[in-house]
Design a protein around this ligand. Structure first.
Ligand code: UDP
Ligand code: MG
Length: 314
């Protein structure tokens, strides 16, 4: 029997978990030809989430959990899920039931047909503000403009991945993770499935705009180095202006055989060039920061407990 691991990152989800477990139980009993593992990654929740998970595990041995030593963020929770998953394929799902479990049989169907990466594409986004929808749309546009790797629009992390995709993703140990770009990067046979994204069942969203902007910047810089090219684009006209101005000054000096009033021009030039420099430093800093973070080579996460067993980090 093939085994399916459902990976669920959970951060302060005590209100959603009972609904989630109920829906998953129904799903699992409807798919009796498969073995299931439900792998919760408790991302340092401050509420009762971990105790609920432990309770479920006591009565249901299909439940597994990884308990982080603190909150590491969803992206890191996802790679931990991949590290601990034992299934022949994995499915990522949010704990808040925004990704309907009822879609899973369809994902699995395409997997059985030989697709390696079956991803769910949102038809609609109920319960999300127009601002979030708009910014997300613009972001995808910009990102696609900057890179040659095709990017799937309106797809979240709700997807099924074959074991070989899991192994590929596990080799990518960078610390500033952007799963969307990684899913695109690995390639393999992809299949799109449409669904309606439901509003969150209970509790509050953990996202805020700062997190989203951070994720967006990470997404762009992890995908492509083309922002670095901005510096080139800006420096070319700068040098043209410099050259033209230089010629103009020399010519004027020769023709009128006088000294020019230079202080205004100098002030303008100083302002202009320092502006350019600041911008370039900013871009370089962006990449330097990434190199800095990668070069520390720290573990991506620390686990407190795996299925009740204390993790010793040895
Ligand atoms: N999540 C997590 N760690 C975090 C923030 C969120 O593991 O630091 C989980 C959360 O429990 C949920 C999923 O990531 O299962 C998506 O989070 P949320 O629903 O808050 O985001 P949204 O759907 O609003 O984008
Ligand atoms: Mg959500």
């Amino acid at each position: 029997m093939k085994k399916i691991t459902i990976i669920i990152p959970a951060y302060n989800e005590e209100e959603s978990l009972p609904h989630l477990y109920e829906r998953l139980e129904k799903l699992m009993s409807s798919m009796e030809h498969y073995e299931f593992e439900i792998l919760f990654v408790n991302d340092g929740s401050k509420d009762n989430t971990i105790n609920l998970i432990k309770e479920y595990r006591e009565k249901d041995n299909r439940i597994s959990y990884v308990d982080f030593s603190r909150n590491f963020g969803k992206e890191i929770a996802m790679i931990a899920g991949l590290d601990y998953a034992t299934g022949d394929c994995v499915i990522f799902m949010d704990a808040d039931l925004q990704d309907p479990p009822e879609l899973i049989p369809e994902l699995v169907k395409y997997w059985e047909e030989g697709y390696d990466d079956v991803y769910a594409k949102r038809n609609s986004r109920k319960g999300e503000t127009w601002l979030k929808k708009f910014t997300s749309k613009m972001y995808y546009r910009v990102l696609q403009h900057l890179t040659n790797v095709p990017i799937q629009q309106d797809t979240g992390d709700f997807r099924l991945l074959d074991r070989r995709c899991v192994n590929a993703l596990r080799k990518m140990r960078e610390s500033q993770r952007n799963s969307k770009s990684m899913f695109s990067w690995i390639g393999y046979k992809k299949k799109e499935v449409l669904y309606d994204r439901d509003p969150r069942i209970a509790g509050k969203t953990k996202w805020n705009y700062k997190k989203l902007v951070d994720l967006a910047i990470d997404g762009i810089t992890s995908f492509t180095t083309s922002p670095l090219r901005i510096s080139t684009y800006i420096s070319i006209p700068t040098f043209i202006v410099l050259f033209v101005y230089f010629v103009y000054v020399i010519a004027k000096c020769i023709v009128t055989s006088t000294m020019i009033q230079a202080y205004q021009a100098i002030i303008l030039l100083i302002l202009f060039f320092s502006g350019v420099q600041i911008l370039l430093f900013g871009i370089i800093g962006e990449y330097l920061g990434r190199i800095f973070n990668e070069s520390k080579d720290r573990p991506l996460y620390l686990v407190n407990e795996y299925n009740g067993k204390k993790e010793m980090n040895d």
